[in-house]
Design a binder for this molecule. Structure first.
Ligand SMILES: CSC[C@@H](O)[C@@H](O)C(=O)COP(=O)(O)O
Length: 368
């Protein structure tokens, strides 16, 4: 999508043909900085330190991390080491393991001398596939937005979103934002309520930034505001992304998503989750019980970084010294609170039968 009118993706192969460029998301919205990844370790650190983040982009970065690893050591031991280094970089988004399994399947059977080239080729495919999938999500989600727009002629469709499930969280387009960008492109009047998304503020820092660069009207709100807006008819639908969807349709996403789903349910606001099929984990049958929830450093809760009036970036502490903090990065929304799953193969009911019918090849792969 666009940054200052110029098209960008969140990750790409550099002109040298082998190193990987990625937007350093830790620096946004204050600075636009491109980082260069030149080793498997660089890719693992980029994922762990959230230079890149968002489930599909974590998967894409891991795929390129594997390709970088094959330049360093393409032996069976090198392949195993790279897989094991990358797969533990973050625990919740299943796209990480999905991408690494895809990479391993593509390169393990072939001669080590040919593995680096094959790894780059498969990683490029994963990246292109992400963009295509998100285009599919855009088209399927657009129909929902059009249906609402047709019921309020001349009015604005108000969408609430949480965290950043935008193009920065994927390779391009985003998941939750894909239908929004397409609706905007088609001339539908659309406005996005952007949850700030404490503690790392992915909504305020990233979603607002990318919507702004793309000219989509939006308003950043403190995380606690959504319920009030829904009670007053100011939200037509919610669309969020996800880091992992269990086989039963339970949805894991950024902490606070569950509370928004509860508020939406109480107010009759449709609550949709947009996801690419690699985010479905058919091996997990009960999302609340079995999806691992990442706990991150308390510093993300105690400290905040921003730009001062005189232009400096400064970090300040907002919690009393000595107060313990907790930082659960994700929560799980039970399927019963989800109106529908917007996928590249249509809008599905959040249940086992619908997911299995839409993605039978993934069930077969999970059973292996
Ligand atoms: C298309 S991205 C979906 C999710 O990955 C996104 O909403 C989210 O929770 C990201 O969390 P993050 O901790 O920033 O990686």
């Amino acid at each position: 999508m666009k940054v200052d009118g110029k098209h960008f993706r969140s990750i790409w192969r550099e002109h040298d043909g082998w190193s990987i460029g990625a937007i350093d998301q830790r620096r946004l919205p204050h600075e636009f900085v491109v980082a260069k990844l030149t080793s498997c370790e660089d890719a693992a650190v980029a994922i762990r330190d959230m230079l890149v983040r968002g489930a599909p982009l974590i998967g894409a970065t891991a795929a390129y991390g594997m390709a970088l690893a094959m330049r360093e050591d393409a032996s069976d031991a090198g392949l195993k080491r790279a897989y094991e280094t990358l797969v533990v970089a973050r625990p919740t988004a299943i796209n990480l393991k999905w991408a690494l399994d895809e990479m391993r399947m593509a390169i393990a059977p072939i001669d080590p001398l040919e593995r680096a080239e094959a790894a780059y080729a498969r990683a490029d495919e994963i990246v292109e596939q992400d963009v295509e999938i998100n285009r599919g999500i855009a088209g399927n989600g657009l129909k929902l937005i059009e249906a609402i727009a047709s019921k309020k002629p001349g009015g604005t469709v108000n969408v609430l979103t949480h965290c950043n499930a935008g193009w920065l969280a994927t390779v391009d387009w985003g998941t939750a934002t894909a239908p929004i960008y397409l609706a905007h492109e088609r001339g539908i009047k659309i406005h996005v309520w952007v949850d700030e998304t404490r503690p790392r503020n992915q909504g305020a820092s990233l979603t607002a930034w990318e919507l702004g660069h793309h000219g989509v009207p939006h308003t950043v709100i403190p995380d606690n505001t959504g319920g009030h807006l829904m009670q007053h008819g100011m939200v037509d639908l919610a669309i969020v992304g996800t880091d992992r969807v269990a086989a039963n349709g339970d949805v894991c996403n950024k902490i606070g998503t569950y509370l928004k789903a509860l508020a939406a349910h109480d107010n009759g606001v449709p609550f949709y989750v947009a996801l690419p099929s690699p985010t479905i984990d058919f091996a997990v049958h009960d999302g609340i019980r079995d999806i691992p929830i990442e706990q991150r450093s308390g510093v993300e809760v105690t400290d905040m970084t921003g730009r001062t009036a005189d232009g400096r970036l400064e970090t300040v502490r907002i919690v009393p010294e000595g107060s313990p903090v907790a930082n659960y990065a994700f929560d799980v929304t039970p399927a019963r609170l989800v109106t529908g799953l917007i996928t590249e193969r249509g809008v599905l009911k959040p249940d086992r039968a619908s997911l299995a019918a839409a993605f039978p090849e993934r069930i077969a792969a999970a059973a292996k």
